[in-house]
Design a protein around this ligand. Structure first.
Ligand code: SAM
Length: 321
């Protein structure tokens, strides 16, 4: 469901129940099961056959939810956190800068909560491949089950339980040549020397490391330089959402008159009196969102140029005589 879309809810689907912007609950649709929350009760049978995007009233009719089709963006807002995760603003920048597209062959370590894995999987599609690594056994097992349930493993993702800093990136598939590498690890500098053994030697390979501290970035850059990576760039995404809406500007007299009408109506005096919304001028206003969910880290990018074989040519000039 993360790589293909469908129009109507069926049994076994993963549906994201939108309660509010801060509360999106993943539901696996199971006949005769029920989803309860403080606003009401929603039997899964009510959802079966409904178009994605529908508003569903609770059984008692007091609450409602929207049933949304899963996407990597919505999943990153609703997934069970096992670690810090990469959110969509960073994920989209990383994907673009690493030149990842349909058919790309990408290494990712560690897998963590598999937030980025979902996003990368949709981008590379079934002609590409993600090799993801996780050394924490419970996180590895949880991610494996989740990626299997979501149809990404084994079709698009190969997940390996492995410490990439100690043992590097084992890849069993033939033609594994990797185009892009993303490292979200505490010590990326220990993993970087292992990249060359799996990297594509005929084309440019791009790498991105994701680290919260500048000290980590400094160590990473030293190793990148030592390993002859070039075009090293440091980026930080400062994500801000601006909400824009229209407000009505009224003159003072019409505002006072409106307040009087409301007061009369409350006292039950003006039952029949109509309270106009007003005929003031509409103005566009915007404000910055306060609570934004994203984990900012420094993104360090670099490129490994193709290994061109140099032919040694003897250019000694023979002098006549
Ligand atoms: N990018 C992930 C996401 O979007 O969900 C989050 C990654 S999380 C911050 C870092 C993960 O790397 C943790 O799950 C940790 O167990 C794993 N890890 C740390 N060092 C590792 C290593 N040497 N080899 C493999 N995995 C490692």
């Amino acid at each position: 469901m993360f790589t293909r879309s469908k129009t109507h809810v069926e049994e076994g689907d993963l549906v994201l129940a939108w309660l509010s912007r801060d509360s999106i609950i993943p539901l696996k649709i199971t006949r005769d099961a029920r989803f309860d929350n403080k606003f009401g009760s929603y039997p899964h049978n009510l959802l079966l056959g409904k178009p994605y995007g529908s508003q569903i009233q609770s059984l008692n009719g007091r609450g409602f939810i929207h049933i949304l089709h899963p996407s990597p963006e919505l999943w990153s807002l609703s997934l069970p956190h096992r670690t810090q995760i990469v959110y969509s603003p960073d994920a989209s920048y990383i994907t673009g800068e690493l030149g990842i597209g349909p058919g790309s062959r990408v290494i990712e370590a560690g897998c963590g909560s598999a937030s980025l894995t979902h996003s990368l999987s949709r981008t590379v599609g079934e002609t590409g491949r993600i090799w993801s690594y996780e050394y924490h056994l419970l996180r590895f097992l949880a991610a494996k089950k989740e990626l299997e349930d979501h149809g990404l493993l084994p079709n698009i993702v190969t997940l390996t339980h492995r410490d990439v800093c100690k043992h590097g990136f084992e890849i069993k598939e033939i033609n594994s040549d990797v185009n892009a590498v993303f490292l979200d690890l505490p010590a990326p500098w220990d993993a970087i020397p292992h990249v060359k053994s799996v990297a594509n030697t005929q084309e440019m390979v791009r790498i991105c490391t994701f680290s919260p501290c500048l000290e980590q970035v400094q160590r990473t850059i030293q190793i990148l330089q030592l390993e002859q990576w070039s075009n090293i760039q440091l980026v930080e995404i400062a994500y801000r959402n601006w909400e824009s809406r229209k407000v009505e500007l009224r003159d003072l007299n019409s505002s006072i008159e409106r307040l009087r009408k409301i007061k009369r109506k409350r006292r039950n005096e003006g039952k029949e009196e109509k309270i106009e919304r007003g005929t003031g001028v509409l103005k566009e206003v915007s404000r910055m969102e306060q609570n934004v969910k994203n984990h900012t880290s420094y993104l360090c990018f670099a490129a490994l140029l193709p290994q061109v074989e140099m032919e040694v040519v003897d250019i000694t000039v023979q002098e006549d005589g």
